[in-house]
Design a protein around this ligand. Structure first.
Ligand SMILES: CC(C)(COP(=O)(O)OP(=O)(O)OC[C@H]1O[C@@H](n2cnc3c(N)ncnc32)[C@H](O)[C@@H]1OP(=O)(O)O)[C@@H](O)C(=O)NCCC(=O)NCCS
Length: 265
C-alpha cells in the first residue's frame, strides 16, 4: 500500500475536495452532482479569497480525506485558524492516522508565518465539531478532544487549542443572516442554493424544499448560485429556504421541529 500524501487544494484538485464528500452511488445521483458542482464553485471562490485553505489526503491518486479552514480574528486581535470540516469518508480508512495527519498539516502551517495573520503565526487553532459521523465512525468532537482541543464560547460545536498557554480567544458569535425576500417568493417555496462548503447541506436544503412544497401544496422554485447567479444574488447571496417569503428555521435533519414549524405557518 502506498503511503498517504497530504496535498494543498489548488485550482487543479479543487474537484477532489468537492467529490470526496459524496458517498457511494453519488455519481448516478443528479442531486449529488449539483451539490458537488456547488462545492467546486465554493472552493474556487475561497481559493481566490484566501489562498490555500484546504488539504486533501491521497492514497496514490485516490482522495481519502480532507480538512478545510478559514481565518478569524477576535476583537482583541487574537488570530485563529478555524477548521470548518474534517472528513475521512471510507470505513476501510478509519483509524489509520489520516485524520491526525490532516490536522497536523494545518497546525504546522498555521504555526509558521502566515499571510492570514499579517505574516505572523496564528495564536491558535479552532474547530467546528458538529456531528456528521457515520455509524461506528469517530465523531469530530471526540477526535478534537483527543488532540488537545477544549470547548469554548458557549457554542456546543466550537472547540479551541491555543498555540501558547496564555492565549484567550473570544469567538465572534455566529451571525443570523436572512436572505432577501422578493415579490415572486410570496406564493411559493424558494430554495436558495449557494456555493456551499458542504454538499450534504446542499442536498438537505433541496430535499427539505421538496418536502415542504408537498406538505403545504405549494410550488417549489430552486435558485442555484451556479446556474442562476443573478437570481441568487438578488436574494442577498445567502442559502436557505423561504416559504411565502419567510425564512424557514429548520430542515429535514430536525424533522420533528420542521413539522412543528410548518404546522404553525
Ligand atoms: C474524526 C476522523 C477525521 C478521524 O479520522 P481517522 O483517520 O480515522 O483518525 P486517526 O486514525 O488519525 O485517529 C485519531 C485517533 O483517534 C482514535 N480513533 C480512531 N477511531 C476511533 C473511534 N471510532 N473511537 C475512538 N477513537 C478512535 C485513533 O486510535 C487515534 O488515536 P491515537 O492518535 O492515539 O493513535 C474521522 O473519523 C471522521 O471523518 N469522522 C467524522 C467527522 C465528521 O463528522 N465530520 C463532519 C463534521 S466536522
Amino acid at each position: 500500500m502506498s503511503a498517504t500524501r497530504i496535498l494543498p487544494v489548488g485550482v487543479r484538485n479543487a474537484g477532489d475536495l468537492a467529490t470526496i464528500c459524496a458517498g457511494e452511488g453519488a455519481k448516478s445521483d443528479p442531486l449529488w452532482e449539483r451539490a458537488t458542482k456547488a462545492k467546486r464553485q465554493w472552493a474556487r471562490d475561497r481559493l481566490t479569497e484566501l489562498g490555500t485553505f484546504a488539504w486533501v489526503a491521497y492514497n496514490g491518486a485516490d482522495p481519502i480525506g480532507m480538512i478545510q479552514c478559514h481565518p478569524d480574528r477576535d476583537p482583541m486581535g487574537v488570530g485563529v485558524a478555524v477548521i470548518d470540516c474534517i472528513w475521512v469518508p471510507k470505513k476501510s480508512r478509519w483509524g489509520r492516522g489520516i485524520g491526525s495527519k490532516l490536522l497536523a498539516e494545518v497546525e504546522t502551517t498555521m504555526q509558521r508565518q502566515h499571510r492570514w495573520f499579517e505574516g505572523k503565526p496564528a495564536d491558535g487553532i479552532a474547530a467546528m465539531a458538529f456531528h456528521g459521523e457515520a455509524e461506528g465512525q469517530q465523531s469530530a468532537e471526540s477526535f478534537y478532544l483527543h488532540h488537545g482541543f477544549v470547548r469554548v464560547g458557549g457554542d456546543p460545536d466550537l472547540m479551541f487549542k491555543p498555540f501558547q498557554p496564555d492565549i484567550v480567544w473570544t469567538p465572534t458569535p455566529r451571525a443570523v443572516v436572512t436572505p432577501t425576500s422578493l415579490p415572486d417568493d410570496q406564493a411559493r417555496v424558494t430554495v436558495l442554493l449557494g456555493p456551499l462548503s458542504c454538499p450534504f447541506q446542499y442536498r438537505i436544503l433541496s430535499q427539505t424544499g421538496t418536502y415542504v412544497g408537498e406538505k403545504l401544496g405549494m410550488t417549489v422554485t430552486e435558485v442555484d448560485a451556479v446556474s442562476d447567479p443573478e437570481g441568487y444574488l438578488a436574494h442577498g447571496g445567502l442559502s436557505g429556504i423561504l416559504v411565502g417569503g419567510r425564512q424557514l428555521r429548520y430542515d429535514l435533519l430536525q424533522h420533528e421541529k420542521l413539522d412543528k414549524e410548518l404546522s404553525g405557518l
